[in-house]
Every structure is written in structure tokens, then in C-alpha cells.
Design a protein around this ligand. Structure first.
Ligand code: GRF
Length: 195
């Protein structure tokens, strides 16, 4: 059984999908803790499933490194074998990435390396893209630049706005994320073997 920690900043709809998948006894992974960099609405999903959660408010720390040090300390309490960033809108400090890599994965609402960064959906629309996508990557010290371990194209429709497009991308993200977690848990996907 793979022990997973999920870090969020927002509504946590992707987190909820993973919690629902892990609620099935046949799923080979379980979420042991949910962390957030603020009082994220998505923490309610952890409560719904009886999963412990913690908050390390980014704004309470003078530097990213100090925030990261507390985040690292919280994670070590639970000692996850995989950390999933699912809507965490913060870059992790290099010390934390180096301590946990390659056991950190991130979901991104674009077909990387297209449209990296915090506004991938908005950027795809602004570029007039006819298709975008969803990606799951291994987190490295770049911005959405790590090894791509799963991705899938999502069409952009002529009347899309950022919300409608993002809501079409998220179900694909969730499916990819759940499949990646399953494959890591079964050993089918070896994160240490990625380029
Ligand atoms: C997801 O699309 C994630 O990839 C991006 O922010 C969104 C978070 O959505 N970084 P939610 O909080 O899981 O609903």
C-alpha cells in the first residue's frame, strides 16, 4: 500500500477524485495526509474522508526556504512514499525538492512543455490554441519542466473561456493522476528510472 501525501492550495477537486479512488479497498495507494499553503477550501475533502491535514501558511514565513523547512517537517511526520502536488500554487524550495525527488509529482492543466506556469489554461486560450491538454510530471527544480510521465490532449472549443476549458481539462487530469498513482503503487512505474 503506497502512502501518499497531497498538497493543495485551492478547491481540491483533483484531490477529491484521488480520495474517492483510494476509498476503493482494491486501490493500491492511500492518502495519509493533505497539506496546504493556506486555509484552502479543498481541506474539507480531507475532513470528509477522515484524512489528517495540516496548513503551513506561506504568508507566515519570511522566505520560501523557511516555509519549505516547515512543510518538510510536517511531511516527515507522515513519511509519505509519494507526494502529489494537486493545485499547489507555490514553487517548492530546492532544498525540499532535493530531499524528496523524484517522489514528488505534479498535475498541470496543459500539454507540457506547452504553457507551463501558474496560468496554463489562460495562456493556451490567449495563444489561440485549438488543443491543449493535461500532464503529470515529476517535480524538479524547474517550473513544470520535470520528466513527463503522463499527458493527454484536450480540445479547445471556440466559445471556451478559462473556466469552461479548465473544467474540461480537470477530469482528464484526475484520470491521469489516479492512473499514475496506481502505477507507482504497483511498481509498474518507477519514478527513479525516469530521464
Ligand atoms: C488543477 O488544474 C491543477 O493542475 C492546477 O490547479 C488546478 C487545481 O484544481 N495547478 P483543484 O484545486 O484540484 O480543483
Amino acid at each position: 500500500m503506497l502512502n501518499v501525501a497531497v498538497l493543495i492550495s485551492g478547491t481540491g477537486s483533483n484531490l477529491r477524485a484521488l480520495l474517492e479512488a483510494a476509498d476503493d479497498p482494491s486501490f493500491p495507494a492511500r492518502v495519509v495526509v493533505v497539506g496546504a499553503d493556506r486555509e484552502a477550501d479543498g481541506l474539507a475533502h480531507a475532513d470528509d474522508f477522515g484524512i489528517p491535514s495540516f496548513t503551513v501558511p506561506y504568508t507566515r514565513y519570511a522566505t520560501r526556504e523557511q516555509w519549505g523547512a516547515e512543510l518538510d517537517a510536517q511531511l516527515r511526520v507522515w513519511n509519505p512514499e509519494l507526494i502529489v502536488l494537486s493545485g499547489l500554487m507555490r514553487l517548492l524550495p530546492q532544498t525540499l525538492v532535493d530531499a524528496w525527488a523524484p517522489r514528488i509529482i505534479n498535475t498541470h492543466p496543459a500539454y507540457l512543455p506547452e504553457f507551463p506556469g501558474a496560468h496554463g489554461v489562460r495562456d493556451a486560450l490567449a495563444a489561440g490554441a485549438e488543443q491543449t491538454g493535461a500532464s503529470v510530471i515529476i517535480v524538479d527544480n524547474g517550473v513544470d519542466a520535470g520528466p513527463i510521465i503522463a499527458q493527454e490532449r484536450v480540445p479547445v472549443l471556440p466559445d471556451d473561456d478559462e473556466h469552461t476549458l479548465h473544467e474540461r481539462i480537470k477530469p482528464v487530469e484526475r484520470r491521469l493522476l489516479i492512473d499514475v498513482v496506481r502505477r507507482v503503487a504497483t511498481g509498474e512505474l518507477d519514478l527513479t528510472a525516469q530521464p
